[in-house]
Design a binder for this molecule. Structure first.
Ligand code: NDP
Length: 292
């Protein structure tokens, strides 16, 4: 039986597994955290067909259950290296596997602002996930950095917990009109445009942030939502072709390495949505099926 190792259990990886298994191809997923990917950081999803509104964690659970129920094994481990001889060899922290095909579905990791203190304040005032950490800031003033869909989704979530939410946007908002209109209707969200955070003020934890227009905001929490980029050091040495920091694929999700596919947020494309990630996974699986 042909075997495929999928690295990453977000919607792209899970849907690839679903299609592979149904096509009679042995599929194994390796995931370093719990299955779900970025969905786990989202409280409300309203644009995944079939669910007019669903909690991100619940959708993640439904997807992973569906795949596990088909008999797909999800291994909890971190991939350190992928290499190719006759077959692919996938080395993990605790084990290693061989496969005929590899699908990379590792998404992207949050981008950092690069401010002094950002690293040491992570968990002490700085967060990259409102759903995970928002409750620590109940009744307090917080800031969200970024002007995309993620930043406004975070701000809306925090507005129900915190007394005031500043949204700091370096240029203008680029989030969808739906989200922008919702933000406008929240009295405790203040959007500040054409401004950057220049300094963090803190002792044990964050107390204020200084903006480059000279304003100081007394916030205890700062949520950074400025996009992300793929972390692909495990592919060093494979010779994979990249495009603007993302893996380059064709329409069948094939990379320049035969047998190696990339799906979801890790690949270079125009639209990064849960449904497009899931679609990428299906396409990769069907492409593999056709090869055999
Ligand atoms: P985006 O890349 O869309 O937005 C990033 C935001 O951060 C932009 O406002 C950008 O500013 C700003 N930014 C980037 N770097 C910096 C920096 N160094 N300092 C200050 N600001 C910075 O990322 P998102 O995570 O919001 O979204 C990623 C993708 O996921 C998008 O395709 C989005 O549509 C999708 N998504 C969809 C959701 C939904 O449909 N409900 C929810 C969440 C995400 P600038 O514009 O100036 O570059």
């Amino acid at each position: 039986m042909r075997k495929c190792v999928i690295i990453g259990a977000g919607p792209a990886g899970l849907n690839a597994a679903l299609y592979l298994k149904r096509a009679g191809i042995d599929a194994v997923i390796i995931e370093k955290e719990i299955p779900g990917g970025e969905m786990l950081k989202t409280n409300k999803i309203e644009n995944y067909l079939g669910f007019s509104e669903i909690d991100g964690g619940e959708l993640a659970l439904k997807m992973s259950k569906q795949v596990k129920d088909l008999g797909v094994k999800i291994i909890r481990d971190k991939v350190l290296k992928v290499s190719k001889k006759d077959k692919f060899i996938i080395e993990m922290e605790k084990d290693s596997l061989e496969a005929d095909y590899v699908i990379v579905a590792t998404g992207r990791t949050p981008r950092k602002l690069g401010l002094r203190g950002e690293e040491e304040l992570t968990g002490k005032g700085i967060s990259y996930c409102a759903v995970c950490d928002g409750a620590f800031y109940r009744g307090k003033e917080v800031a969200v950095i970024g002007g995309g869909d993620s930043a406004l989704t975070e701000a809306l979530y925090l507005a129900d917990l915190c007394s005031k939410v500043y949204v700091i946007v370096r240029r203008d908002l680029r989030a969808s009109d739906v989200l922008q209109n919702r933000v406008k209707s929240k009295e405790n969200i203040v959007v500040l445009k054409n401004v950057n955070v220049s300094e963090l003020r803190y002792d044990e934890s964050l107390s204020d942030i200084l903006l480059d227009d000279g304003k100081m905001l007394p916030v205890n929490g700062m949520f950074i939502a400025i996009g992300g980029s793929p972390e692909l050091s495990f592919l060093d040495g494979v010779g994979i072709e990249m495009e603007k920091g993302y893996i380059k694929t064709n329409d069948r999700m094939e990379t320049n390495i035969k047998g190696l596919y990339a799906v979801g947020d890790v690949r270079s494309k125009d639209f990064y949505q849960i449904i497009t990630a899931a679609s990428d996974g299906a396409i990769a699986a069907l492409s593999i099926k056709e090869e055999g």
